[in-house]
Design a protein around this ligand. Sequence first.
Ligand code: SAM
Length: 509
Amino acid sequence: MNGWTEGYVGGIDYIRAFYRDWSPALLSFALTLRGWRPPEALRSGAFTMAELGCGHGVTTAVLAGANPQARFEAMDFNPSHIAGARRLAGDGGLANADFLEESFADHARRNGPELDVAALHGVWSWVSAENRAILVDLLRRRLRPGGVAFVSYNALPGTLAHMPLRRILVEQTAAGSGPLPARIEQAVDFASRLAALGGGWFAGADGVPERIESLRHKSPNYIAHEYLNGDWTAFYHADVARELAAAKLDFAGAAVPMEQLDDLTLSPAAQALAAEAQDPAVAETLRDVLTNRSFRRDLFVKGGERLTGAERSALLRATRFALLVPPDDLPESASTPVGRLPFPRALHAPLGEALSGGPHSLGALLAKPALAAQGEDAVVRALVLLTSLGFAAPIPGEDGMEDRQAQADRFNGAVLERHRSGDTPGHLASPLLGSGVAVSRIEGLFLLAARRGEDAAALAWRHLSADGIALGRDGRRFDGAEENLAELASRHRAFAFRRQPLLAGLGVR
Ligand SMILES: C[S@@+](CC[C@H](N)C(=O)[O-])C[C@H]1O[C@@H](n2cnc3c(N)ncnc32)[C@H](O)[C@@H]1O
């Protein structure tokens, strides 16, 4: 069955998810930090972007909703993924995104426009060597000089610890009977019973029982696409870099800005040892060995141009940042790869206060005496951490904001309608960010009520109760309309006071 899947798992769709990692302003920021000139089109907003193996196309659709001047193409060989993506694009009035039902081989035969960005998320480790070769050829032909590729993959050596787990899941799922989701659940249960015995591999492999436990809370759709493909290859970074070199691509740096900060994960002695490697791909691989990395999100550039120190500094100073949480939700510390990292008050309080007044460029932030006193490097580092942890985001320039707002309003209107039934992509388009913002079903229903001028609690309760959903608090489930309406009214007051103004500031309404 399913001859078209080429060994990729069939009969079960992937999860619907939005990933901000390759949103244009974040890409520009990550490249600039590492001293690469970002494609000019990313800054003007008139870029072309492809997502290869796009799943349900949620990321592409939301980015298209927030970037009307850009052109998007997204492809996947799974027809149900593309059918859903096209329905979302059609409902949301996206004239700037094409969703193509094609295999990588089909797509490689097509001639398309030069690309500023190609994103391959959840693809590289999960397809065959033949398909990777097709993708390399596609990148070589289609990426514009100066263009950027986002590539994520399971990395070595960290993934070594999970290889027996994958084998157990594959064998148990194959041996089971009945529908695939039930077999996956039984396979995870079996792995968890094995782990409970302890000893053997479980005694030596770091974090494996925890990973098995976490799979109990993941959907069978995620588990199938992560573990059950015929091809499942973990890579040393050096091997990925060498394969992509055939597409004239050079490693540009980690896509997540925080992951560019060596001192977060490596001691000075470890940094010095990794730096002894002449080949940057080997140095990066040594860093992975020293930190036991199991997943990477990398940026590669095709003929990328190096910025001078002055150009880098000018581009960073021109970059604008917005807050993604109310300023008093900024934490005093955050969990990072090296444990909890304190956010010094003297730096983070004035930073939060400035950004709470609206987006600011780094240059404008540094004009504030309290931040100038901290020094540029410290402020940049704070912004790197805040953006990587999802508390703030770099944002595009102000040009075209009216069009971005109009397109996002139209797209978000269609998505909000879907909140009535719960068939939602989970994110709305933010014209300010040029990216997506997570919105829960209840928040979406509150926004829908605001658009329609209806009572928020009543509208939300009408749709939640139709799906048999009741709210709860402190472990108690509310019975009946009265209690649920009172709870929704209280949640709406909190939403209207804190979250709605923040969303409005991001252009999400
Ligand atoms: C793990 S999913 C990632 C989806 C999406 N990029 C995301 O991050 O949400 C990988 C996707 O690649 C698609 N895929 C796998 N092999 C393919 C091939 N040979 N041609 C086209 N699409 C393929 C699958 O259908 C699946 O939707």
